[in-house]
Design a protein around this ligand. Sequence first.
Ligand SMILES: Cc1cc2nc3c(=O)[nH]c(=O)nc-3n(C[C@H](O)[C@H](O)[C@H](O)COP(=O)(O)OP(=O)(O)OC[C@H]3O[C@@H](n4cnc5c(N)ncnc54)[C@H](O)[C@@H]3O)c2cc1C
Length: 422
Amino acid sequence: MTQAAPTVAVVGAGVVGICTALELLQAGYRVTLYDRDEPAKQTSFGNLAYIAAEYSTPLATPENILSALKLTFSDKAAFKVTPDHWIRFIPWAMRFLNAARAPRMAHSQSGLLKINAHAVAAWKDLLKVANASDQLVQSGFLKFWEQATDLPATHRFKVMMAELGQPSELVRNEAVFELEPTLSPQISHGLYFPSGYQLRNTFTTCQKLFACFLAQGGQFQQQDVTTIQPEEQGVMIQVGGSPARFDKLVVCAGAWSKVLLKELGLFVPLAAERGYHLTFPTITDRPRHILESADRHVVLTSLDCGLRIGGFGEYANLNSAPVTRRYTQLSQHLTAILRDINPTQKHETWMGIRPTLPDSLPVIDLHPQHPQIGFAFGHHHLGVTQAAISAKWIVERLQGVNSALKPDLPDTTPYSVTRFGS
Ligand SMILES: Cc1cc2nc3c(=O)[nH]c(=O)nc-3n(C[C@H](O)[C@H](O)[C@H](O)COP(=O)(O)OP(=O)(O)OC[C@H]3O[C@@H](n4cnc5c(N)ncnc54)[C@H](O)[C@@H]3O)c2cc1C
């Protein structure tokens, strides 16, 4: 008699959970995906869909901290803390400052380089499974500056990126507008990274992966998982007041993961870092490339649902309401960045919560005492970028693939769940 395949529950159907659930099915598990919401309706819904594999610098750097302090009260500041959150934010900020120390920064950078190096290939593999390869587009990435006085800093950034294996081309004056005709004449220069990839829209991609998951026999339950209890054999969860048992479980609950980990005796300093977007469905003259304003810290992408501008790193309590002033600020940035734009035309507004750890590395690991429980969360600004590779790695860990025994597999030690102590 053949043995039935082991069962796995995945908690959280954002981009990370959906990729993980599909990867588990491919590995032969019987998978049930849980979300209290519809799939990909939280942070994975409204992001900028940029596969930012170019970005291997952690958020905690002396330059970022200095710039955050200088711009605290400016509308151009990307970094914000809501007034009701300051007291809770201080312990996290102390860890963030600590993560900006040279050896720690080097550790974070090496962890980011390692995971980002596999990001695009992992997306290609997973999209092929869902017959959705057309979702990944190589649009090229253009980071631009408004002041010519920033040219020396731009050169330094270009050299640093080249050293990290990300070559770029400096474009100035007319060459900027030949490359990207939608940009406003006030833009001075830019760095063009032709290797930049994006999804057509993270939400659409999630829908396609989710449809494939269901078609291949995966189960979805729209339920809140309230308790996770490890057992001698497997794991028991409470959903909608009833228990359900599985052989294994993976927590992919984004910014809400901390609560579930606490119950499992683990501590992670996971911050709720909010970002905002405006999406203009009817603008037809859209940028050809993924655009980032170095001065305004906003990103623009052309998606299947319209032109999107997004940004801000706003630290807040998990359940507090959006700060609506941010939408006006995004609208002002858009007017400054693009020529001939009317930001009052029909648009959608959105706020989402990034799961952010002080060292800018995700958690991709197994529970130290209960290895039948895995974790994949904490991807901050890079959740779309790293979703497919995180899914691959956590499934390899759950399968018991040991990187020490198979040196060709990446070492996931930098993404350990216990790295923050208690
Ligand atoms: C403005 C903005 C722009 C961004 N742009 C980019 C970008 O261009 N590129 C990039 O790489 N990243 C980007 N990001 C970051 C990216 O969106 C996130 O890192 C990513 O969406 C996180 O995915 P996730 O699956 O971990 O979390 P989520 O998408 O938040 O999913 C977690 C899910 O878990 C569910 N859940 C939680 N707790 C429970 C429970 N107890 N029971 C049941 N369900 C539960 C939630 O309902 C939710 O659906 C951006 C973020 C923002 C805010």
